[in-house]
Design a protein around this ligand. Structure first.
Ligand code: PMV
Length: 360
């Protein structure tokens, strides 16, 4: 594939010293959802997300030169060996080795931690794969320093995508589009691009409070869910709708029309779950409390006229989205009315953020 070929590192030096990088990368929340993929992590439809700020993975990568060329790493989670994460990281290195052949020259020690509670039901794959990819690109900058910053950012996003699709939207902030679509110039199936058009001030620091409804293991993984979009009776129409919704959202982000924003975002969330419920086999990731919360949000919005809405990812948790200026009243509503529908009354305040950063 031509486009991919341009990201292959051909000339590089081998470092003789060991060293360390630490990067933090945030999670992101999709407004237009990615659901369904082709081979090599190519999305079946374009998606658009807000990058978050507080829900982050912090990854430290130590590299040590070695004589033989192979994939070699130790993996720690919060300082402890974590064998259960190994297969995912092994697969990631196998997928990127062609584009980043220099990784075969080093033994890596990867130590990773999340800022959000372990097994909170918040997907750590987006932030995790983005943070790891940011450290790999930091190494690439040392062994092959001749590229532009734009190239390194695109390649970091591309590597993150190979780890977990939605992770490619966590390298940069604060609104990111992934997947080629006519309405967004320079959009690409290979990496995320920052939304390149005017955005109304109402979206500055847009708030996302994540309600932890169910912290258990999901019954159906995203990988299986994406796969079930093959031969799905509504897939083609859904993929087309995602293009239409991105085009519409482009205008909404400009005008700041929150009535239209809410209608589009909530419809996207329910469409994602409708696709799950109409797959063969069908499945439901929402829980009764997910619906309780949605109904409470609708009631609150109706009675107060505060433009708060919800979105969902591939799970039971609810993301409550609202402009920063309503933070006090919405927090009160969440604490008084919604928290009781969460496991251990837990929720996490987050907001739009700027992507991966070097915290070495
Ligand atoms: O990146 P994955 O394979 O975990 O898929 C994530 C899919 C959704 O979170 C449901 C939607 C999205 O665009 O993030």
């Amino acid at each position: 594939m031509n486009a991919l070929h341009t990201f292959k590192t051909i000339n590089y030096t081998k470092l003789t010293n060991s060293g360390t990088f630490t990067f933090a990368a945030p999670s992101n929340i999709a407004l237009v959802k990615y659901w369904g993929k082709k081979q090599n992590q190519i999305p079946a439809n374009p998606s658009l997300s807000f990058t978050l700020k507080n829900c982050k993975t912090i990854t430290k990568l130590q590299y040590q030169p070695k004589a033989e060329k192979n994939i070699s790493f130790d993996l720690l989670f919060e300082g402890q060996v974590k064998e259960s994460f190994r297969p995912k990281i092994q697969k990631y290195f196998e997928r990127i080795q062609d584009l980043c052949p220099y990784i075969l020259d080093y033994h890596f020690k990867i130590d990773t931690q999340n800022t959000f509670p372990h097994s909170s039901g918040i997907a750590s794959s987006a932030s995790g794969m983005a943070a790891l990819s940011a450290t790999i690109i930091a190494l690439e900058k040392l062994v092959n320093p001749n590229q532009t910053e734009a190239f390194y950012l695109q390649k970091a996003s591309l590597l993150a995508r190979l780890g977990s699709g939605s992770a490619c939207r966590s390298i940069k902030g604060n609104i990111v589009v992934w997947g080629e679509t006519d309405s967004i110039e320079n959009s690409s199936d290979f990496f995320g691009v920052t939304f390149p058009y005017e955005v109304n001030n109402i979206f500055n620091n847009y708030q996302d409070t994540i309600l932890l409804v169910d912290k258990g293991e999901k019954q159906v993984s995203s990988t299986v869910g994406h796969d079930l979009m093959h031969n799905h009776p509504f897939a083609e129409r859904r993929f087309k709708q995602a293009h239409e919704n991105i085009q519409q959202l482009k205008d909404i982000l400009k005008t700041g029309n929150l009535t239209e924003f809410i209608a589009l975002v909530e419809s996207e969330a329910l469409t994602l779950h409708a696709m799950m419920m109409t797959s063969t086999p069908y499945f439901i990731l929402m829980k009764p409390n997910t619906l309780e919360i949605i109904n409470e949000i609708w009631k609150f919005r109706e009675s107060t006229k505060i433009p708060v809405c919800f979105t969902l990812d591939a799970g039971a948790n609810v993301h409550v989205l609202y402009p920063e200026k309503y933070k006090i009243s919405v927090t009160e509503f969440i604490t008084n009315t919604l928290a009781k529908h969460c496991q251990n009354n837990q929720f996490i305040h987050d907001e739009m953020g700027n992507g991966a950063e070097n915290v070495s």
